[in-house]
Design a protein around this ligand. Structure first.
Ligand code: ATP
Length: 286
């Protein structure tokens, strides 16, 4: 038996950190949406009790440091699975980019293995298991557009993102997510309007999304890495309707209603950045 699963990347339409909790996580409010840029996983059932992982990309671990491996190991241990799996992971999502690539791979592995090993777990049960491995995994299991609160693991699904074009640009720098949260001064920064963003999604209003877009982590990453700020400015100069950093960065995305303008932003950015993508919101049904 063989199963193919796609693992789409996400972008943050809004990201707010309200305060630091006693457990050291920040209390978050994020509106996220999946986009049509996806890794691919193939899962093959093995009768032998083992997990094999083959990653078609450089510099990504293929052992228990990989979230896909951890997802398989968690299900195996929790449900005493005696069968095994051979997983091939084909990466297309840029790594350590703020696009939740690893989390989406883990979510896809949980979904696929639920079928392959005949576990009959509900989406909610998979999300609870996923949250043990990473805060973004529950969102990646639901996909589409959603409000994520808590440390990101509490999900309220929202209607689909209105159709538009998305240009992504990832500068070749690395950003440490814990470092960004450590340097964030929640009391001193301007917070995005999460309610306004949720309303805009509910109204299907592209203009409303552009008016309410915001990421509190830009106050840290854009100051530390001026090249990220420059990419954002270039996107707006080339005609983007709006532009924002995703997650803790360093990827910046532009939303553009018109294809001709999106193409201009895409072509313009390719002069500044090696990794540039032109995609649409993810269209698969939930
Ligand atoms: P987030 O938006 O959730 O912060 P990210 O896009 O910043 O995620 P990832 O691409 O998920 O970051 O990867 C971060 C690190 O996790 C990598 O440096 C890599 O070594 C490790 N990792 C573990 N599993 C995976 C995976 N399946 N794909 C990519 N990286 C993985």
């Amino acid at each position: 038996m063989k199963i193919n699963v796609k693992a789409p990347a996400k972008i943050n339409l809004s990201l707010d950190a309200l305060y630091k909790r006693k457990d050291n996580y920040h209390e978050l409010e994020m509106v996220m949406t999946t986009i049509d840029l996806a890794d691919r996983l193939q899962l093959v059932l093995l009768e032998k009790d083992c997990i094999k992982l083959d990653v078609k990309a450089h510099f990504i671990p293929d052992d228990k440091r990989n979230l896909v491996y951890q997802a398989a190991a968690l299900l195996k241990e929790r449900f005493q699975i005696k069968q095994g799996v051979a997983i091939t992971l084909d990466k297309s999502i840029p790594v350590a980019a703020g696009l939740a690539g690893g989390s989406s791979d883990a979510a896809a592995a949980l979904k696929g293995l639920n079928q392959l090993w005949d576990l009959n777990l509900s989406l909610e049960e998979l999300a609870d298991l996923g949250a043990e491995l990473g805060s973004d995994i529950p969102f990646c299991l639901y996909g589409g557009t959603a409000l994520a609160t808590g440390r990101g693991e509490i999900i309220e699904p929202l209607p689909m993102m209105p159709n538009c074009w998305i240009v992504l640009a990832k500068p070749s720098i690395s950003v440490s997510t814990p470092g960004v949260y450590r340097d964030l001064k929640v009391g001193e920064v301007k917070h995005p309007n999460t309610k306004g963003m949720v309303q805009a999604i509910q109204d299907g209003s592209f203009e409303g999304i552009c008016d309410n877009i915001g990421n509190v982590l830009e106050t840290v990453t854009l100051v530390k890495h001026p090249e990220v700020k420059r990419i954002k400015e270039k996107m707006l100069e080339f005609g983007a309707d709006t532009a924002l950093m995703s997650g803790s960065g360093p990827t910046v995305f532009a939303l553009v209603k018109q294809y001709s303008r999106a193409k201009r932003v895409y072509n313009g950015l390719r002069g500044f950045c090696e990794e540039v993508y032109l995609v649409r919101p993810w269209q698969e049904e939930r």
